[in-house]
Design a binder for this molecule. Structure first.
Ligand SMILES: Nc1ncnc2c1ncn2[C@@H]1O[C@H](COP(=O)(O)OP(=O)(O)OP(=O)(O)O)[C@@H](O)[C@H]1O
Ligand SMILES: [Mg+2]
Length: 199
C-alpha cells in the first residue's frame, strides 16, 4: 500500500481481452539509432496488423514527447524517466489486450532492462533496428545528424551520447540489408512464430 492508494483488481482480465481479440497482447520494443527505421517499421507493421484485424498501436518517441512526456529533455535522467513512462504506458496497452509497438531510440541497456522487467515472459520483445551510423547519417530523414555535427543538438545519440547495443534482443532487423517491406514481413513472421497472432 502506497499512501493509502490500494490497487483495484479489474473485472475484465487481460486474458479475457485477448480471447475477445483472438490474439495475444505484447510489446515490440524497437530500439536503434535515430534514422535506423524504428518509426517507419513500427508503422508498417501496425498497418499490416490492422489489415489482419489485430488490435495494435504505435507509441512513437516524438509524438509522446509532444504530450505525455512534454517537459522531459534529453539528459540522462530525463531519458530514463521518458523510457520508464513509456514502459508503464506500454504495460497498460498489453493489459488492454493489444500489440503495442514502441519506437524510441532507448539507447541505454539499463533502461531497456528495467522496462523488460515490467512484463511477464513472452510479453516483451526487444527488436534491434540495426543500421550503421554512417547509413543513418546519410539518410538523416529529419536533418538531425547535420545539426548534431554542427553542435546544435547536445547529447545526440551516436554523435555526442552513446548507444548501447542490445545484448540478447529477441529480433535483429538490419535495415541497410532489407527493404522496408521485407523488414516488416520479417517482424510479422516473428509474431506468427511466437503464436502471438494467427497465420
Ligand atoms: N529497411 C528499412 N527499414 C526502415 N527504414 C528504412 C529502410 N530502408 C530505408 N529506410 C529509410 O530510413 C529512414 C528511417 O527513418 P525513421 O524516421 O523511421 O527512423 P527512426 O529510427 O524512427 O528515427 P528517430 O529515432 O529519429 O525517430 C526513412 O527515411 C526510411 O524510408
Ligand atoms: Mg522515429
Amino acid at each position: 500500500m502506497v499512501n493509502n492508494i490500494i490497487w483495484h483488481e479489474s473485472t475484465v482480465s487481460k486474458v479475457d481481452r485477448q480471447r475477445l481479440n483472438e490474439h495475444k497482447s505484447a510489446v515490440l520494443w524497437f530500439t536503434g539509432l535515430s534514422g535506423s527505421g524504428k518509426s517507419t517499421l513500427a508503422n508498417m507493421v501496425d498497418a499490416k496488423l490492422y489489415a489482419r484485424g489485430v488490435r495494435s498501436y504505435v507509441l512513437d518517441g516524438d509524438n509522446i514527447r509532444h504530450g505525455l512526456n512534454k517537459g522531459l529533455g534529453f539528459s540522462e535522467a530525463d531519458r530514463k524517466e521518458n523510457i520508464r513512462r513509456i514502459g508503464e504506458v506500454a504495460k497498460l496497452f498489453v493489459d488492454s489486450g493489444q500489440i503495442v509497438l514502441t519506437a524510441f531510440i532507448s539507447p541505454f541497456l539499463d533502461d531497456r532492462l528495467t522496462v523488460r522487467h515490467f512484463f511477464h515472459n513472452g510479453e516483451f520483445f526487444e527488436v534491434y533496428v540495426k543500421c550503421p551510423l554512417a547509413e543513418c547519417e546519410k539518410r538523416d530523414p529529419k536533418g538531425l545528424y547535420k545539426k548534431a555535427r554542427n553542435g546544435e543538438i547536445p547529447n545526440f545519440t551516436g554523435i555526442s551520447s552513446p548507444y548501447e547495443e542490445p545484448i540478447n534482443p529477441e529480433l535483429v532487423i538490419e535495415t541497410d540489408q532489407l527493404t522496408i517491406e521485407e523488414a516488416a514481413d520479417e517482424i510479422i513472421m516473428f509474431l506468427e512464430k511466437k503464436k502471438l497472432i494467427k497465420r
